[in-house]
Design a binder for this molecule. Structure first.
Ligand code: NAD
Length: 290
């Protein structure tokens, strides 16, 4: 059994849905958990101390250790306060699960700058800010596990979610760079692209998904990726309904010439679109170009 005794985990947006489930699982397996949640509505408006406090109460009742925090991940002061709460309560930080999220869906032509910016602020800025506030502690101890929460909507696009999908693909870039920069300090960073029945999706998913697409089936992967035995880093995984799969950004073999023009591109389109054999890194992509 993968245990988390002696480890301290920060889980953002842990008052509901996926974050709540991650917090319960890690606490049940021995982690000390900082349960962060602003307690607002699905669109990010409002705030309440209730959801974070309820999850802490449940963990404590089950014999675990947790503290509640209701700061906003999207502000530098909020992110610092979240990390400070964990360190004040438990003396350190080992694990950061950036999970807090909101929706402001709107078709592209109608989306306002405010709707675009607010969604990016919670998902991208929030993940960056909380990870960065924890980073000195992780570096200093030469150990850390970070999981960012992407989405199939970001990896593949989704109608009405230009803001959300931009944010969720942004988190893939953040994860990959964090994995590269954190490598020499024992910090592993990965991203998940989940599907689960929560207040965020209950109006969108077919009713039969409720029983199968449980939050617990996503938390299992989060526990695997945040455990000290996990050597995986810089990867993205889709997870939902009991299935886990690696998702990767790949570059096909392409077509190369000394005579590149709009016309030769058009004439060689099939080769440009070919998928095999592919390369998986910027270094291998550069090598192939040379
Ligand atoms: P949820 O609404 O149940 O949980 C999100 C939590 O984040 C809420 O409790 C909310 O209060 C909190 N939160 C929002 N803004 C915050 C802020 N600024 N600071 C602190 N807390 C904040 O939704 P969920 O489905 O559990 O989503 C969790 C994460 O998973 C989100 O990042 C979401 O985008 C992502 N995701 C979910 C699904 C799915 O199928 N449920 C799919 C893809 C991605």
């Amino acid at each position: 059994m993968l245990r988390f005794d002696g480890k301290v985990a920060i889980i953002t947006g842990a008052g509901h849905g996926l974050g709540r489930s991650h917090a319960l699982l890690l606490a049940e397996r021995g982690a000390h958990v900082l349960v962060n949640d602003l307690g607002g509505a699905l669109d990010g408006t409002g705030a309440s101390t209730g959801p974070a406090a309820e999850v802490v109460e449940l963990i404590t009742k089950n014999g675990g250790q947790a503290v509640a925090n209701t700061d906003n991940v999207a502000t530098p002061e909020g992110a610092k306060a979240i990390v400070r709460s964990a360190v004040d309560a438990f003396g350190k930080v080992d694990i950061v699960v950036n999970n807090a999220g909101i929706l402001r869906d709107k078709s592209f032509g109608k989306m306002t700058v405010e709707e675009f910016d607010t969604v990016l602020a919670v998902h991208v800025r929030g993940s960056y800010l909380v990870s960065q506030a924890a980073y000195p502690y992780l570096k200093e101890q030469g150990y850390g596990r970070i999981v960012n929460t992407s989405s199939p909507a970001g990896l593949f696009g989704n109608f009405g979610q230009a803001n959300y999908s931009t944010a969720k693909m942004g988190l893939v870039g953040l994860t990959k760079t964090l994995a590269i920069e954190g490598a020499r300090s024992g910090i592993k960073a990965n991203a998940i692209a989940p599907i689960a029945w929560t207040r965020m999706t209950e109006a969108l998913l077919p009713a039969e998904f409720e029983a199968k697409f449980t939050a617990e089936r996503v938390s299992a992967l989060v526990a695997f990726l945040t455990h000290e035995s996990c050597e995986v880093t810089g990867e993205v995984f889709s997870v939902g309904g009991g299935k886990v799969a690696r998702v990767f950004v790949a570059e096909g073999p392409g077509w190369k010439t000394d005579d590149l023009s709009p016309e030769t591109i058009a004439a060689n389109w099939d080769s440009i679109m070919a998928e095999q054999p592919y390369v998986l890194s910027a270094a291998d992509s550069m090598k192939a170009m040379l």
